[in-house]
Design a protein around this ligand. Structure first.
Ligand code: NDP
Length: 240
């Protein structure tokens, strides 16, 4: 069986940790990214993991990108839908563009990536689709109606698709991280960060590697009985 993993947004933040962990677990990994060439080239040089540039918000670009990855590495057996953005605003000030950009990337992106890969996974009777949602898709977050809706959508998408994939040997699962120490979170003022940490029972932010380990676990052939699951990794902050 091919051990090829494709990680969207795989060259920075949580995605980079996922790409590295999958490589260490023996996968041939392709890391997709959107536009930050400098970070992607640095990541490639440091890890030896090939990087591929396209937007997950563009279906045609996803099809073409996947074709290239499969030509280079072989059939993709593990897809990690990790690419995600925020365009925060209180709802009364939220623009249609802010709503659309976030839905297009975080939710439509999961469709655009999973759909072109689905038939191949069905034909080969094996696949792993793992989507990175968020605690804010579970509980909702003021100032993030767009983001919370997109991430809640990822959970519904996962639950429906898990039922369709089950007989074909494809598992579909979603991970909901809490606050993780990525550039985005470390960039918020220290005082704000301290108030965030005060709400987390384990009294610290999560590490990208802790989410990556969840992905490696769900990607494994031995995890075939786990499908349609929502794995919360949030330091005890919120559980459903
Ligand atoms: P980062 O902002 O650090 O990295 C985002 C990655 O996604 C980058 O590689 C970026 O590419 C890529 N990306 C963004 N838009 C697109 C697009 N349209 N097409 C392809 N790639 C794209 O994010 P994080 O590592 O913090 O977050 C990763 C995931 O985890 C996201 O889905 C996020 O919502 C989720 N999450 C994060 C939490 C956190 O605390 N950090 C908490 C809960 C969930 P490029 O480098 O080119 O910009």
């Amino acid at each position: 069986m091919s051990k090829v993993a494709l990680v969207t947004g795989g060259s920075r933040g949580i995605g980079a940790a996922i790409s590295i962990a999958l490589k260490e677990a023996g996968y041939s990994v392709a890391a997709n990214y959107a536009g930050n060439d400098e970070a992607a080239q640095k990541f490639k040089a440091e890890t030896g993991i090939p990087v591929y540039k396209w937007s997950v918000a563009d279906y045609d670009a996803c099809e073409a990108g996947i074709k290239q990855v499969e030509a280079d590495l072989g059939p993709v057996s593990v897809l990690v839908n990790n690419a995600g953005i925020t365009r925060d605003s209180m709802f009364h000030k939220m623009t249609r563009e802010q709503w659309k950009e976030v839905i297009d990337t975080n939710l439509n992106g999961a469709f655009n990536m999973t759909h072109p890969l689905w038939s191949g996974m069905r034909d080969r009777k094996f696949g792993r689709v793992i989507t990175i949602s968020s605690i804010n898709g579970q509980k909702g977050q003021a100032g993030q109606a767009n983001y919370s809706a997109s991430k809640a959508g990822d959970i519904g998408f996962t639950k429906a698709l898990a039922q369709e994939g089950a007989r074909a040997g494809i598992t579909v699962n979603v991970i909901c991280p809490g606050y993780i120490a990525t550039e985005m979170v470390m960039a918020v003022p220290e005082k704000v960060r301290e108030s965030i940490i005060a709400q987390i029972p384990v009294s610290r932010l999560g590490e990208p590697e802790e989410i990556a380990r969840c992905v490696v676990f769900l990607a494994s052939e031995q995890s075939g009985f786990i499908t349609g699951a929502t794995l919360s990794a949030n330091g005890g902050q919120y559980f459903v």
